[in-house]
Design a protein around this ligand. Structure first.
Ligand SMILES: Nc1ncnc2c1ncn2[C@@H]1O[C@H](COP(=O)(O)OP(=O)(O)OP(=O)(O)O)[C@@H](O)[C@H]1O
Length: 444
């Protein structure tokens, strides 16, 4: 068994692309198959080396490992051989119509209430007409003659699928400059590299009908590949994701401080009957089931991802996160704050609370109370008991309790209304910093 993820290097991977990469990698791992990363870079106009690097960086960051790596730009001789084969068997035919001529034909067909598909005029061209066109300096591009059939397959997600080839235009597989189109290159690779299962976006369903026909024309027998088309992922507003806009790119999520395993867990379960849970790649691979993927479009929800990210962080040990913490941050700090942040980037703020400067909170009219609070502070060393000992003494001295007792202390010491348990924070803040903040509050 072999699966593949085949992005074109025309932009940064977004969460929709990532969902496909993850599905293929999980399926391969769960079934003991191989996972191939194929860079579909035959479109030289739009492909960029920097995006090839970016794709590998993003997938590696997600923790996806590929067993094989190929680039279509290095397999051009294989496509040339396939083109030759299809020409010999009469399935590729030369065309000379310009874009304008084709547009005019399309409009005429629409006026005549016929489907606006290509009329195969060039298939009827005589050798003399072709020679004449070439003598006039025209260079042909090549269309694939689709079979007069309906292609059917049992899709792993969509169920029974049919594509009526007679309702489609014969696709162009070779441009006038001799370069081949993705539609052909992809089939040649899938056949020659022994891909067995293809999981990709729903945007490819029609392509699949055409590609099965091409695969058969190239000699493939039987059912060719096992296909599964995942519905497209929409952004939060219901819009289409695009590699050309950076909003929900993996690169942006990485810069925002999201944990890659939260993203993998989220995208693996999004649009399925299972709730997202913080699971390891191995656990996800063992439970990944295409039969549980919904057939309707899934919508990306940042709040859900953030809440999963928080759960992942709560379970992350200090050693695993150490490199991403602010300089000097200790294990006690990590354990105190990890349950209170959605993103690792928010830790900077809590590090300032315990070890740096903060914008002090404002507590009005509590000067006398705060001076008593300073007087009641127990001597150091402090551990988790310092906070209960201190607040019990202060309750005794002032008669305050509940929110009236705790709230002004939290606000002044952290600058925040909410946050990690004060029992954990107070020893990290330390006595001198605590006294200074309380004095500032008492003077206000
Ligand atoms: N919004 C989406 N949701 C889920 N899968 C998607 C989405 N957009 C693309 N894909 C899938 O991502 C995989 C990689 O495809 P590809 O690199 O062509 O991405 P693309 O975003 O469609 O790119 P481009 O905009 O350059 O055409 C394919 O399986 C494709 O079906």
């Amino acid at each position: 068994m072999k699966l593949r993820f085949a992005p074109s290097p025309t932009g940064s991977l977004h969460v929709g692309n990532a969902r496909q990469a993850i599905a293929n990698a999980l399926y391969a791992r769960g079934h003991g198959g191989r996972f191939l990363l194929r860079i579909d870079d035959t479109d030289t106009e739009r492909s960029r080396e920097s995006f090839v690097d970016g794709i590998q960086t993003d997938l590696t960051w997600l923790g996806l490992q590929w067993d094989e790596y190929v680039r279509q730009s290095e397999r051009l001789d294989r496509y040339a051989a396939a083109v030759e084969h299809l020409k010999q068997s009469g399935r590729l035919y030369p065309c000379f119509e310009s874009e304008q001529e084709l547009a005019a034909k399309r409009e005429a067909r629409i006026r005549m209430r016929k489907p606006p598909i290509y009329d195969r005029a060039m298939l009827k061209m005589t050798p003399e007409q072709r020679a004449q066109a070439e003598a006039n300096g025209k260079v042909p591009y090549w269309r694939f003659k689709l079979s007069d059939t309906t292609v059917r397959w049992r899709d792993g997600v969509m169920g029974d699928c049919t594509v009526k080839l007679t309702a489609l235009s014969d696709p162009v597989l070779v441009r006038a400059d001799g370069t081949v189109l993705y539609t052909l290159a992809s089939v040649v690779d899938d056949l020659e590299l022994d891909v067995t299962h293809i999981i990709r976006g729903e945007d490819h369903v029609t392509n699949t009908g055409v590609q099965i026909d091409i695969a058969r024309a190239l000699g493939a027998q039987g059912d060719t590949f096992a296909f599964a088309h995942l519905p497209l992922l929409l952004d939060e507003g219901g819009g289409k994701l695009s590699k050309r806009f950076d909003g929900l790119s993996l690169r942006t999520l990485r810069q925002d401080g999201l944990d890659p395993s939260a993203i993998v867990s989220y995208l693996a379960r999004l649009g399925t009957a299972d709730n997202p849970a913080p699971l390891s790649f191995e656990e996800l691979a063992q439970s990944y089931d295409l039969g549980r993927v919904s057939r309707s479009a899934a919508r990306f929800d940042m709040r859900q991802l953030l809440s999963l990210n928080r759960r992942v962080m709560q379970a992350t040990p200090f050693e695993a996160v150490r490199a991403e913490l602010p300089d000097g941050a200790t294990e006690a700090f990590w354990l105190a704050v990890r349950g209170n942040v959605d993103l690792v980037t928010e830790l900077r703020h809590w590090w300032d609370v315990v070890a740096g400067e903060i914008v002090p909170g404002v507590v009005e009219g509590d000067g006398a109370f705060l001076r008593q609070a300073i007087d009641c502070l127990p001597p150091e060393p402090w551990d988790g008991s310092a906070w209960p000992v201190w607040t019990a003494a202060l309750r005794e001295a002032t008669g305050r309790s509940g929110k009236a007792l705790y709230h002004p202390l939290r606000v002044l010491l952290t600058g925040e209304e909410k946050g990690p348990d004060m029992r954990d924070l107070l020893p990290l803040i330390g006595r001198s910093r605590a006294v200074a903040r309380l004095e500032t509050g008492a003077r206000a």
